[in-house]
Design a binder for this molecule. Structure first.
Ligand code: BGC
Length: 911
């Protein structure tokens, strides 16, 4: 987490290895609020970003001009512009505020940008991109009604999903049509028999009492003269089982749906339709649907043709109108989960218990899609499991009370293809009961569902186990980024635990673009924050607990990550009040002594525990952790306040954090630099959160190294683990960091890999070496927290590092490290400015290092040699390239480079 601030090099930036193509600097990858051509944006001044490309090296933007118009022609003719930024002299190419007049609801605008390069040479106008606003004036919802089935009373179990329908006829030619819709529950929308959009679990999970997202769908090409709209609404997070004690209907007893259909005709007239009391409802084949328990689907109850025009709806009933609020409806902040890929079975087999089980080869999240056949009345049951037990039998005890089963009731002997609608499962194995034959591999698919984040990072190296670890980290992320960042996706939990999210956020941001995903979640975090500043342990909050250290600090650390990775200042501004409330809460609890004690905390959750009589495990005093985080969060808040221009506040938080540091030293640090909890986690916190006096840092570092050496393994839990390797590297002990990474015995990152894991486990020993399991109370095989090592793999092994002074990799550091017997590593990261590559290999005593520095960025490159005579760049000796400035620092050669592709070769590398 903590990085030393690299010294700013003032060397001249000079082209070399330049290709002599004369090309203009062009612009690509235009985005608005991180999305390409989004519709349904309800932000009045959305932010625009682009990337630069050129066939030349050393490209810097020195100015830009944006123009925005109602249509492409006006844009091309530079006429009737809605907004033009004029030429703005800046190198900023990301997250530029649209500063034109406010848009109306549903207004689409087109935009282009062009840039000037470092020679003041103007590039061509970019391709045209657009964004379209959502509902900008909430009163537009006034005419729409929340519709629902008749009151179903107290909800004690999952009730059948509700089906709604309405027909309407349009007599003119349609130019453009949108539907804005949302539900109390989760819904699927159909028009004229076609599914609209590919979202799953719309409207996503927010703190529903405070806000519900509506979706915007383009239905221009779906509508015809006679139309039918059909909707299915299931329980979902709103009314389904959630959290513990069989709790249901946390947000409300009644499901509902609301929509506004907005149609523009070719003759420029327009018409709007709303949900109202003329809609009808019925019940159909979804007998029950529950996130934890699964879905029951009865083919005998199918409503054939219910969502097409002309259906006989005489048996359907009139909907009820609900009085629920509407002014909390907001546009969708992050794209909703959808089908991302399909997995085919690796194996179909009978277990020793003679059960029919299918192995998909990967612990995944989503559902099975099955093509099956049987007889009328047959029930086919599909259950889900993450692992087999040591005898090879299907194992579900760790799902606790989640039934995680889909049931299909057949109506005849025709083949059907089924996949559930409103449930998801975390699984690698599927058990099928009720089939009279063994299905073919082609009949079964695992449908992988998660929030559709852009893939931004790749890490590979010469060690196949480490590559599997990277894959497990990625899958842990896919599987737990289903609209909210969850702890796990399979048992009766699946909640937005703040601590887990916090420790994993940086790793997450390497692998995928998580900007909008966290933006949405953090908005709920502020809304659910307690009056007194305590941040709930889960968000959206459906439990009681709040205020544990390291969990509540997500309020500061996650937006800070988003700022650092994407340069998003707005998130700091928007979350500032929430951050401040949390720090003030700690300040209040700590009192005049600046020492926060005796409150409830989770501590270094699931840290290494031992049965050895001379070592009882690595328990770090919870109050020590609390005060360390208090220091860290108040220090970050001071930086954040400075960044958003609140200088007085900044000073206040800095003073506070200094006082906390003093109190910490007084209470927890001995005069020789020992900590009262002699654990890896305690030293990691003290070292990486700057909690030690200068003269004791060396000693503390020694104690940390000594502890790691003593055990030869990690002893950390959720809190210490993300800091472990990075701190060891920081104190010059890469050797120990690599030793921990490469260790294969329990406890380590690779132990689960050697046991066949395909995701990150909740516990270091979810499956013990003898094949038995950890206690069923808490043994998820898909918890991403320990995957926080990913951050170090990208930034230390591959060497792609943020420069703390330059968010969004505007200027970054390339600093690869060889160790652990690796002979090769490659990191790729699609930054907001373009793709960064850092790729090294050791071959015949040469270190060959290939890098890409995107246009409009620069990088400090640190090469692992102190002998400049050994270095060539793009085949030229570095000492002979006059205009390259380099210098020596800590046994390395350091240089500062502008954009381009470079291949370095260091000879005599292993001498
Ligand atoms: C969750 C965690 C969470 C923890 C907090 C567990 O039940 O699965 O990941 O952070 O509780 O104590």
């Amino acid at each position: 987490m903590k990085k030393t601030i690299s010294k700013i090099l003032l060397s001249l930036v000079i082209p070399f290895g330049v290709s002599h193509v004369i090309a203009q600097t062009a612009v690509y990858d235009l985005s608005c609020e991180y999305r390409k051509n989004p519709i349904g944006i309800d932000i009045s001044n959305p932010r625009l970003s682009w990337k630069l490309k050129s066939e030349k090296d050393n490209i810097q933007q020195t100015a830009y001009e944006i123009r925005v118009a109602d249509n492409k022609n006006d844009l091309y003719n530079n006429k009737n512009l809605i907004w033009s930024s004029g030429k703005v002299n800046t190198s900023q190419s990301i997250l530029i505020d649209y500063n034109g007049p406010s848009l109306e609801s549903g207004q689409r605008v087109y935009w282009q940008v062009r840039v000037w390069d470092q020679n003041n040479k103007k590039g061509p106008w970019s391709e045209v991109a657009f964004w379209e606003s959502g509902i900008m004036d909430k009163s537009a919802w006034n005419k729409a009604s929340w519709i629902s089935a008749q009151n179903e009373g107290k909800i004690e179990k999952s009730l059948p999903s509700q089906y709604y329908r309405k027909e309407f006829t349009l007599n003119k030619k349609i130019k453009r049509a949108r539907i804005y819709s949302t539900a109390l529950g989760v819904y699927m929308l159909y028009i004229n028999g076609k599914r609209i959009g590919d979202d799953y679990f719309a409207p996503g999970w927010t703190s529903y009492n405070k806000r519900i997202q509506y979706q915007t769908y383009d239905i221009t090409n779906i509508l015809s003269k006679d139309n039918a709209i059909g909707v299915i609404v299931g329980d979902g997070w709103y009314r389904g089982r959630l959290a513990w004690q069989n709790k249901r209907a946390i947000y409300g007893n009644r499901l509902g749906f609301i929509a506004c259909i907005d149609i523009e005709y070719n003759d420029n007239t327009s018409e709007k339709f709303y949900t109202d009391s003329t809609w009808k409802y019925s019940y159909g084949p979804i007998i029950s649907s529950d996130i934890y328990n699964g879905e029951v689907y009865d083919y005998n109850k199918e409503l054939t043709g219910w969502n097409v025009y002309g259906y006989d709806e005489t048996k359907w009933q009139n909907v009820d109108i609900l009085n629920n609020q509407k002014n909390h409806l907001i546009a969708t902040v992050t794209d909703l989960p959808r089908e991302i890929m399909e997995l085919s079975p690796e194996k179909i087999f009978k277990t020793p218990k003679k059960e029919l089980v299918i192995d998909l080869g990967q612990n995944m999240v989503g559902m099975a899609k099955v093509k099956i056949k049987g007889n009328k009345g047959d029930t086919v049951k599909i259950s889900y499991a993450e692992v087999l037990d040591k005898n090879g039998n299907f194992y579900t005890a760790n799902l606790r009370s989640a039934k995680a089963t889909d049931c299909i009731i057949l109506k005849d002997n025709k083949e059907i293809t089924f996949q559930p609608h409103f449930t998801f499962h975390g699984f690698r194995y599927i058990k099928i009961e009720g089939l009279k034959y063994i299905p073919e591999k082609d009949d079964i698919r695992g449908i992988v569902i998660h929030s559709p984040m852009e893939r931004t990072g790749y890490f590979t190296c010469s060690d196949s186990l480490v590559n599997q670890l990277q894959s497990n980290i990625e899958w842990g992320q896919r599987d737990n980024f289903l609209d909210v960042p969850t702890d796990c996706p399979q048992r009766d939990e699946r909640l937005g635990w703040t601590g887990d999210a916090q420790v994993f956020s940086m790793t997450a941001a390497y692998n995928f673009n998580v900007a909008t995903f966290y933006t949405k979640w953090l908005q709920d975090l502020s809304l659910d924050q307690k009056e007194n500043g305590k941040v709930p342990h889960i968000v959206p909050n459906v439990l009681e607990g709040a205020g544990s250290t390291a969990w509540s600090d997500a309020a500061i650390i996650v937006p800070w990550t988003v700022y650092r990775i994407y340069g998003d200042k707005r998130i700091l501004v928007n979350q500032y009040e929430s951050m401040k409330k949390w720090v003030e809460y700690m300040e209040h609890r700590a009192g005049k002594k600046y020492l926060w004690q005796n409150d409830y905390h989770f501590g270094d959750w699931l840290a290494y525990a031992s049965t050895r009589s001379d070592y009882t495990g690595a328990t770090t005093e919870k109050d020590l952790i609390a005060n360390a985080y208090f220091r860290y969060s108040s220090l970050l808040l001071s930086r954040i306040a400075m960044i958003i221009g609140k200088t007085d506040d900044s000073k206040r938080w800095l003073d506070l954090s200094e006082n906390v540091k003093k109190a910490f030293i007084n209470e927890y640090v001995t005069p020789s630099g020992r900590l009262v909890s002699n654990t890896q986690t305690a030293y990691l916190l003290a070292l990486s959160f700057d909690l030690l006096p200068e003269h004791l840092k060396k000693n503390a570092a020694k104690y940390l190294a000594k502890d790691v050496n003593k055990f030869k393994h990690l002893t950390t839990g959720f809190v210490g683990t993300p800091l472990l390797c990075s701190t060891l590297s920081e104190i010059g002990r890469d050797d120990l960091a690599f030793m921990l990474l490469m260790r294969k015995k329990y406890p380590s990152w690779l132990y689960p890999v050697t046991m066949g894991a395909t995701t990150i486990w909740e516990r270091w020993d979810g499956i013990k070496p003898d094949g038995t399991f950890q206690t069923i109370g808490m043994n998820s095989f898909n918890h991403y927290s320990y995957g926080a090592i990913g951050e170090w793999m990208y930034n230390r092994i591959a060497g792609i590092c943020l420069n703390p002074e330059f968010p969004a990799y505007k200027r970054f550091t390339l600093n690869p490290h060889v160790g652990g017997g690796l002979t090769y590593a490659r990191g790729e990261f699609e930054s907001m400015h373009g793709k960064i590559v850092s790729d090294w290999k050791v071959e015949d005593n040469n270190f060959i290092y290939t890098v890409t520095i995107p246009a409009n960025t620069s990088a400090d490159v640190i090469l692992p040699t102190d002998n400049e005579n050994d270095i060539t760049v793009n085949n030229k000796k570095i000492i002979q390239i006059k205009n390259i400035k380099y210098y020596k620092e800590n046994n390395n050669i350091k240089l500062y480079l502008m954009s381009g592709n470079y291949i370095f070769k260091i000879q005599n590398f292993n001498k």
